[in-house]
Design a protein around this ligand. Sequence first.
Ligand code: ADP
Ligand code: ASP
Ligand code: MG
Length: 406
Amino acid sequence: MTRLVLKFGGTSVGDIERIKAVALRVKSEVDAGNEIAIVVSAMSGVTNRLIGYVNEIAPLYDAREYDIVVSSGEQITSGLLTIALQELGIPARSWQGWQIPVYTDDAHGKARIRSISGEEVIKSLQAGTVVVVPGFQGVGPDGSVSTLGRGGSDTSAVALAAALDADRCDIYTDVEGIYTADPRIVAKAHKLEKITHEEMLEMASVGAKVLQTRAVEIAMKHGVRLQVLSSFTNKPGTLVVDEDEVVEQEFVSGIAYSRDEAKITLVKVSDRPGVAARIFGPLADASVNVDMIVQNVSDDGKATDLTFTVTRSDLERAIETLNQNKNDLGYEDLRSDLNVVKISVIGVGMRSHAGVAQRMFKCLGDEGVNVQVISTSEIKVSVLIAEEFTERAVRALHTVYGLDAE
Ligand code: ADP
Ligand code: ASP
Ligand code: MG
């Protein structure tokens, strides 16, 4: 018997008709004799609306209560899909994060799964019941509801697949698989039949939201067979595999962008040992993730400008933390800029091919796009540019690296 975890994202359960269509798809998997556990997202738009409510009351909200609000979207879908399955005569029940339980740490709003007890769910599956789990939510060490960060239902699905020792985890979404770039902005992007864990990890971490980064990490660590495919068609999707399963390797496999960036510049920070630690320490303590960093050479050896990026949702918290520590840090001014986007070129072939970054800078220069910050890893080059150039830059890079579909 094959045990599958099927995850349906927001658009796939976007309204009642879609939920009924998902129930029919699940029925065909049940009729084929498979054991099925389902993970659902909130209906599309719901999580954004819930976050909006919280922000309207308090931009610097209590993260514990934020989780109470935003976890509710998935709870609704889990109940609705379970009822839709029951209407088709399929035995089904929902299991909330705290019922399974899905144990997480206490980092409310961006919690990490620590462990999942699969025993009860496995018993239910073996008894022929379809299990429906709301993604995105878990339970923290003190018993309060936690959520896993935006896109976290992917992680719920992969972690559940690992805990249930499932044969495969299928991530159903609104595109037919993983493409060389977001197909919504690059018409010439093409679907990849396979992508390596490593490349998908980089793509996800630099903003390709088709999979949450943590989901790919867990799949890689626990050997979960992972597929991304559309719930709107019946076509094969993209498999996320180990490097040895990919026969032909392009040196660049994809271009990604992230609008979820905010730039902070600290003007005239004193240039002495230990200052970076004094700036980034309090930010880390406030759970602010810092991404790209650039420090200018100081003219006089006394003061320098320091620029770095954080996610948009962390901007307020970052500014507040820095302002609180202003006297200690001794900077002259703090400037923030939301008009930025991060563009990245990813490919394992970069290890063996020189000149990938150079080609990127030349392409952006030819397009008249100014590069503000650069960061690199072994298989990725990222740049920060002004947001209005997003589409132009991604499309131009897609062409330059020979990724355009014929
Ligand atoms: P879901 O609600 O199903 O979780 P998401 O919106 O989180 O869906 O992720 C799917 C979206 O990811 C697609 O609609 C697409 O716009 C975007 N995306 C970004 N980069 C890529 C890529 N390289 N391949 C496929 N989709 C991508
Ligand atoms: N509903 C959550 C979000 O929009 C989690 C998810 O859909 O993966 O981020
Ligand atoms: Mg998603």
